[in-house]
Design a protein around this ligand. Structure first.
Ligand code: HSE
Length: 432
């Protein structure tokens, strides 16, 4: 057997400790599959005294991850610190500039600096691997970069944030409010250090920008992702959606059109029979539409120590085998700058919920505004009877341009009989 692959682990949080544990518990299987042992020679974390349930005896301890990346006796630096800049970025840069391979689970770092890091890795002739950065245990990076590499991809779509999916699932199943479930998701450890990244769609947008680059051979462009989270989704909307035969999911969608690429993360109504509608709790799903393999759906746990460590170690096994691919599938110099299509140009169906004063003539006014903007109604629901008081009025509309929908909604919200801001959720008509 060849020399062991020596690794240094930066960050011993849930994923770091999980990776250390997996490497120890699966060592003989890993050695067999990698053709050599994979050993942890150094670790770095903030608190040396903390009990993490792992035995790091025999590994060199570094208080400073950057110093470790520069000085440790290691072939690979595994960056599990997190954060788009600061120590995580400095650690990866130090590793690449000293000619070491990098494995990272850091989607924020890649979304913001993935292009620069990929270029550094290419120049140094080393690997930059990031299977764990997107959809936890689902091997979607390998799927796009290798398994589907013979295909042109027209769309990548998925549930990319387990926390939001967990919240939306429990709201529907248990008739709970958004706030009640968020606290539980945080306790279960699914949420990011800053949970607003989960519920405001930022985490899913980080992941989508990486998937879009791999799918379309374009530069990673996080700023091009339209991002909207689930904070404004009420139990009322979850229930109305169900009544209309839909489920609400936070989706990330990157699609190619004649005008460029659209990248968007936002809540969607999806038909309840669609495969993705039935991916529940903290599970993730990624659907890839391509020209020869057709539609491939990947489903699995998107977060947590075990699934994420599984992805990190798969990358390490690839490096141990000497299997090296371009970080972004093609050389960074060949990545194209494909124009981004704006949300105004988006065409689709919409779910609209208004709180309207229960009095005659209100609906006629709303219908007239929709007509003036060429927005065609599909269905209408009104619940409750409270003369003179606001009651929910729900509509779905047929495919229309988002610019027309927004123009109609701004006129509708200005009506005296309409209370507060309308809730607008896009409908994604995915097949069953
Ligand atoms: N906070 C993320 C999620 C963890 O909820 O999906 C995995 O990236």
């Amino acid at each position: 057997m060849s020399n062991p692959l020596k690794i240094a682990l930066a960050g011993l949080g849930t994923v770091g400790a999980g990776t250390f544990d997996l490497l120890a518990r699966q060592s003989s299987l890993i050695s067999q599959r990698a053709g050599r042992d994979i050993v942890v020679t150094a670790v770095s974390a903030r608190d040396r005294t903390k009990d993490r349930g792992i035995d790091t005896t025999g590994t060199q301890w570094f208080d400073d991850a950057v110093k470790m990346a520069q000085e440790a006796d290691a072939d690979v630096i595994v960056e599990l610190i997190g954060g788009s800049d600061g120590p995580a970025k400095a650690t990866c840069e130090a590793a690449l500039s000293t000619g070491r391979h990098v494995v990272t689970a850091n989607k924020a770092l890649l979304a913001h600096h993935g292009g620069e890091l990929a270029q550094m890795a290419e120049q140094a002739g080393v690997s930059l691997q990031f299977e764990a950065a997107v959809a936890g245990g689902i091997p979607i990076i390998k799927s796009l970069r290798e398994g589907l590499s013979a295909n042109g991809v027209s769309r990548v779509l998925g549930i990319l944030n387990g926390t939001s999916n967990y919240i939306l699932t429990r709201m529907r199943n248990e008739e709970l409010s958004f706030d009640e479930v968020l606290a539980d998701a945080q306790e279960l450890g699914y949420a990011e250090a800053d949970p607003s990244f989960d519920i405001d769609g930022v985490d899913a947008a980080h992941k989508l920008s990486i998937l879009a680059a791999l799918a379309f051979g374009s530069a990673i462009d996080f700023d091009a992702v339209y991002t909207e989270g689930i904070r404004h989704i009420s139990l009322l909307d979850v229930q109305f959606a169900q009544e209309l035969g839909y489920r609400i999911k936070l989706l990330g969608i990157a699609a190619r059109s004649d005008n460029g690429i659209e990248q968007r993360v936002h809540p969607c109504l999806v038909p309840e029979k669609a495969a993705i509608a039935n991916v529940e709790y903290a599970f993730n799903a990624v659907e890839v539409d391509c020209d020869f393999a057709n539609t491939i759906v990947h489903v699995g746990p998107g977060a947590g120590a075990g699934p994420t460590a599984s992805a990190v170690v798969a990358d390490l096994i690839d490096i141990a085998r000497g299997h090296q691919v371009m970080p972004l599938s093609i050389p960074t110099a060949s990545l194209s700058e494909i124009p981004t299509t704006s949300m105004d140009q988006h065409k689709g169906g919409y779910y609209i919920r208004l709180m309207v004063v229960d009095q005659s003539g209100v609906f006629a006014e709303i219908a007239a505004i929709l007509r003036d903007h060429d927005v065609s109604m599909e269905s209408v629901l009104q619940r409750g009877r409270a003369p003179g008081e606001p009651v929910p009025l729900v509509m779905t509309v047929h495919e229309t341009m988002e610019s027309s929908m927004n123009a109609a909604l701004s006129e509708i919200s200005a009506l005296d009989a309409v209370d507060g801001n309308p809730c607008m959720i896009r409908i994604e008509l995915l097949p069953a």
